[in-house]
Design a protein around this ligand. Structure first.
Ligand code: FAD
Ligand code: SIN
Length: 523
């Protein structure tokens, strides 16, 4: 089997992984960086980000204090205030770097940034590139990566597991260390060992665990599951953010996002009778934070028995709307919805994970030499609910912090040999139907028992159901040669287990976590 040695192994090619790689490659000229990413090099949640990046730039109207306050309110008392302050104050500098790497953002008629507004923001502060900000950020970062000779980018390479002391069969020390990862070449089926001094998990979110999601197919929580198996600390997994306005899709699968910036632009939420219900729930109406809007829609749907509500743009200036949101306008047209005169059918869909792998301000996990950055992490910025457009910002800031830490803490010893991946006694799986069946069961379980509104009874039942799925998948895994879908299923089961377990432990409702028993509404 093949073995590669590198200074830095980066798992994931979204904003978090690419930003770190660019910074490390530009500064550490004598070091090499290997990026592995499953699928095409640009496939990531980053690529689909619409609204933009929340940064305080207009200091006449806005201030760091206002952005900090909005973030803390959205996080419902569970943010780490020091982290919030650090991330928000670093924002302008990180944005300047992105611009230096030739990412373009929309300007207004005076030549300043055209700032958008989203739920929970008290000011206009969201820097964007039309309604395809993430696409632009990903494009610029990938172009920079391809210019740097000390980066090797390996698309279609799937990280299976981290290499830790357990694999070395050392007596396990008190604190484990990470020495790289086992990686599947998805094109030829070979498993390579990548030995690294430092490894960075930048593997993104978990949306696919729910099936109905705004996230693309890569969002299967692999990094969180790998970190969990490597005994890293994982926290706040109960705080799943459901985006209020995904385009209703009767078939399930991917739910195209209708950006919150459309509500920031003045769109209204209505039920099928045309009633604008959000003012009944919150004085900020459609611009309340995401947890509140999603829970309100869920309540409306439960009352009416309807499958979706509507987003109404028909009263808005259509010329400017089309200019700001060309992608959304065209996507709706593809679905025979002309937003000039038709209401858009929308429904909440799983969108973002506020918790994840616990990291400190330097992006260090609880495992030596293992860093994590971006959506797979729990930094303390989001608390119980992320403020819109704070995620790209968080990834940029933490990628920088990790790089700065490594600048002064460069070298670590790595073992000379790492055993090859052991697949003795396994064979090529013949029955892929089992994987698909278990995946569908898992997704239905998470939607029906662990969704926007939870109860103790449903959570306890979910533990039992998940256990059956887990046992069947483990039995299959032990005798099968590694495939991407099998590993993803196993990872999603691990993530489901963490979400359910940490939900059961939470005894009060906060932000995105809502359990009927905590209101005393269930006997
Ligand atoms: P990602 O961008 O998801 O990248 C993860 C990478 O890891 C991918 O390349 C993936 O292929 C790779 N990977 C995963 N597992 C493995 C494995 N086992 N082996 C190898 N590679 C692996 N946030 C904002 O701040 N503003 C917005 O406007 C905004 N809009 C959004 C709109 C949509 C539709 C979505 C889905 C999210 C949006 N978000 C937004 C959230 C934001 O886009 C993400 O949180 C952020 O981009 C995550 O970046 P990341 O680098 O951590 O992960
Ligand atoms: C959106 O554009 O509504 C998504 C923004 C985000 O998730 O931060």
């Amino acid at each position: 089997m093949r073995m590669i040695s590198t200074n830095y192994l980066v798992i994931g090619s979204g904003v978090a992984g690419l930003t770190f790689a660019v910074k490390a490659a530009e500064k550490f000229l004598d070091k090499n960086i290997v990026i592995v990413t499953k699928g095409d090099e640009d496939e990531s949640n980053t690529k689909y980000a619409q609204g933009g990046i929340a940064v305080v730039l207009d200091t006449e109207e806005d201030s760091f204090q206002k952005h900090i306050k909005d973030t803390l309110i959205a996080g419902d008392g569970l943010c780490d205030e020091k982290v919030v302050e650090m991330v928000i104050k670093e924002g302008p500098q990180r944005l300047r770097e992105l611009i230096a790497w030739e990412a373009n953002f929309d300007l207004n008629s005076e030549g300043g940034f055209d700032l958008g507004k989203e739920g929970g923001h008290s000011e206009y502060r969201v820097v964007h590139h039309k309604d395809i900000t993430g696409y632009e950020v990903e494009r610029a970062l990938l172009e920079r990566v391809h210019q740097l000779p000390n980066i090797t980018l390996l698309p279609h390479h799937f990280a299976i597991d981290l290499v830790t002391d357990h694999h070395l069969e050392n007596p396990a020390p008190e604190k484990l260390s990470c020495y790289g990862a086992y990686v599947l070449n998805q094109e030829d089926g070979n498993i390579i060992t990548i030995q690294a001094e430092h490894s960075l998990l930048a593997s993104g979110g978990i949306g696919r665990v729910y099936g109905h999601t705004t996230n693309p197919i890569i969002a299967t929580g692999d990094g969180i599951a790998m970190a969990y198996r490597a005994k890293a600390q994982i926290k706040d997994m109960e705080f799943i953010q459901f985006h209020p306005t995904a385009l209703y899709n009767a078939e399930g699968g991917s739910y195209f996002l209708i950006s919150e910036a459309v509500r920031g632009f003045g769109a209204y939420l209505r039920n099928k009778d045309g009633y604008r219900f959000m003012p009944d729930y919150d004085k900020r109406a459609e611009l309340a934070s995401r947890d509140i809007v999603s829970q309100s829609i869920d309540n409306e749907l439960k009352k009416s028995g309807d499958t979706h509500v509507f987003l109404d743009c028909t009263h808005l200036d259509i010329v400017t709307l089309k200019k700001h949101f060309p992608n959304i306008y065209n996507k709706c047209l593809e679905h025979h919805i002309n937003i000039e005169k038709d209401w858009i059918p929308v429904v909440p869909a799983s969108h973002y994970l506020c918790g994840g792998i616990v990291v400190d301000k330097k992006g260090r996990t609880s495992v030596n030499n293992l860093f994590a950055c971006g959506e797979c992490t729990r930094t303390g910025l989001h608390g119980a609910n992320r403020l819109a457009s704070n995620s790209l910002l968080e990834a940029l800031v933490y990628a920088h912090n990790i790089f700065k830490y490594l600048e002064t803490n460069p070298d670590v010893a790595t073992p000379k040999t790492i055993p090859d991946w052991n697949d003795e006694g396994t064979s090529i799986p013949k029955e892929h139907v089992l994987i698909q069946h278990n995946l569908k069961q898992l997704q239905a379980l998470m939607r029906d028992y662990v969704g926007i509104v939870r109860s103790n009874d449903r959570l306890i039942k979910a533990v039992g159901h998940l256990d059956l799925i887990y046992r069947e998948a483990e039995e299959f895994y032990k005798k099968s040669k590694i495939t991407t879908t099998l590993c993803e299923l196993r990872n999603m089961i691990n993530v489901g287990h963490l979400i359910i377990g940490q939900s059961i432990e939470r005894k009060e409702n906060r932000g995105g976590y809502f359990n009927l028993d905590n209101l005393g509404l269930v006997d």
